[in-house]
Design a protein around this ligand. Structure first.
Ligand code: GLU
Length: 439
């Protein structure tokens, strides 16, 4: 089984989504199940409702889990495993108070030594502290594992001291719960962010101590850098999946982009299902990748082009296929649904003909043309050629002095797509389109 294990502690980040996509694809490729595990062990940081929000987002991206589980529902099983480790002397109670450990950390800092827990401290404060934690006995040997992206990784014993597996309130720590659950659900391969590399040896140690013999595969994804070349943080709005969706990026385009990031793909534009045919986690680059919103915009446009006019209309909240067609035309100058919506809104909004920068007579000329067009709109004219010729004749305007007002009156903008291309769609709505602000 493969799994995606989000923590309900914040908004979904593109790095999380990328891990979800890869785990999902590998599950499909191996013919194994895909588990969604909500890692809610950190009660203080859990945000109410985030779990549901994450699940809804995954659904929207078509990354449905065969099973959804909450880590906290397994606490009893985790505690049972901890008891087993205590009985076998693979784990022990540690009575050190927070103050004591803080003092030791301070001492290490002063001596410029890395802080390392010393097992001989475990019982020192037994009389003072009624609430011990449980620690897994640290390793005397190096722990190594093969990472599909990073290659062989080795962790020396001094990096692996005895770490806490049950907190003083009996709640399992993240590493412990995660290692137990990966065993319980028979996880075969884990794709996750590089920030988890140092957790992996600890999780391996837990599983070894419990006598688990299955070897898990790992792939730790390189971090995603922002446009400034620095690690993308939660503060970079474009790293939020929610923000991208709000901007009008299509889920299938975001998926396409995240799969192609730092990866050679046989085609530029593809669907999740197509990627399942050829995706190879081993070919994901190990160096950090830069988030390139321009590229995402391009990919988004390409996915929009693949939509039918009907589907496009539905995305815009209408069943009018002509609106879908009009929207498609605007892909020449817009890349997201919001940008397209803005263009269409401008077409249907009352037009501003008071723009001073267009010259002294602009307002009068617009008004003249407006009345000519308004009368013509009573009986729609089929082709742009005749529409234009009649309007020129009736208005007595020529060249730029005709076309500029015409464009503003029809589209609300002074530059844009070829009016001849737009007219076949605009002609059905001329009465709605021909409105001016404040007149
Ligand atoms: N809950 C972890 C996170 O959201 C994922 C850990 C994992 O995949 O093992 O970063």
């Amino acid at each position: 089984m493969l799994r995606f294990a989000p923590s309900p502690t914040g908004d979904m980040h593109i790095g999380n989504l990328r891990a979800a996509i890869f785990n999902y694809i590998i599950a499909k490729q191996k013919g194994e199940k895909f588990l969604i595990r909500i890692e809610d062990t950190d009660f203080a940081r859990n945000i109410e409702g985030k779990d549901k929000e994450i699940l809804a987002t995954l659904n929207l991206f078509g990354l449905m889990g065969d099973m959804v589980v909450y880590q906290s529902h397994n606490f009893e099983r985790h505690r049972h495993f901890a008891d087993h480790l205590l009985q076998n002397n693979k784990a022990f109670y540690c009575y050190c108070t927070k103050d004591f450990l803080e003092k030791k950390k301070q001492e290490a800092l002063e001596q410029r030594l890395p802080f390392r827990y010393d097992n001989t401290w475990a019982m020192l404060q037994k009389d003072e502290n009624p609430r011990p934690v449980v620690r897994l006995r640290g390793s005397m040997e190096a722990v190594c594992f093969e990472d599909t992206i990073k290659g062989k990784l080795v962790f020396e014993p001094h990096e692996l001291d005895s770490f806490v597996i049950l907190r003083e309130d009996g709640v399992p720590t993240y590493n412990f719960a995660c290692a137990c659950d990966d065993m319980i659900y028979d996880i075969s391969f884990i794709v996750r962010g590089e920030d988890h590399v140092s957790n992996t040896p600890k999780q391996i140690l837990v599983q070894q101590a419990l006598g688990y013999t299955q070897t898990l595969g790992y792939a730790h994804l390189p971090i995603i850098l922002g446009e400034n070349g620095k690690k993308m943080s939660k503060r970079d709005t474009s790293s939020s999946v929610h923000w991208l969706l709000e901007q009008g990026f299509l889920p299938q385009a975001i998926i396409n982009y995240l799969i192609s990031m730092g990866n050679k793909t046989p085609t530029e534009i593809f669907t999740l299902q197509e990627a399942t045919e050829w995706f190879d986690i081993a070919s994901v680059a190990k160096s950090p990748v830069k988030f390139d919103i321009k590229r995402l915009r391009y990919i988004n446009r390409e996915h929009f082009k693949k939509l039918t006019e009907d589907d496009f209309a539905l995305l815009l909240g209408t069943q009018d296929v002509r609106i879908g067609a009009l929207a498609k035309l605007h892909l020449e100058e817009a890349s997201t649904l919001n940008e397209i919506r803005q263009k269409l809104d401008l077409i249907f909004a009352p037009k501003d003909i008071h723009a001073k920068y267009e010259g002294e007579d602009f307002h009068t000329e617009c008004l003249e043309l407006f009345y000519v067009l308004k009368s013509m709109a009573e009986e729609p004219i089929d082709t742009y050629e005749s529409f234009k010729n009649i309007a020129i004749k009736e208005s007595n305007l020529k060249g730029k002095r005709f076309f500029k007002p015409l464009r503003i009156l029809l589209t609300g903008e002074s530059h844009g797509l070829d009016l001849g291309a737009l007219y076949p769609y605009l002609k059905f709505y001329l009465k709605d389109i021909l409105r001016i602000k404040g007149e």
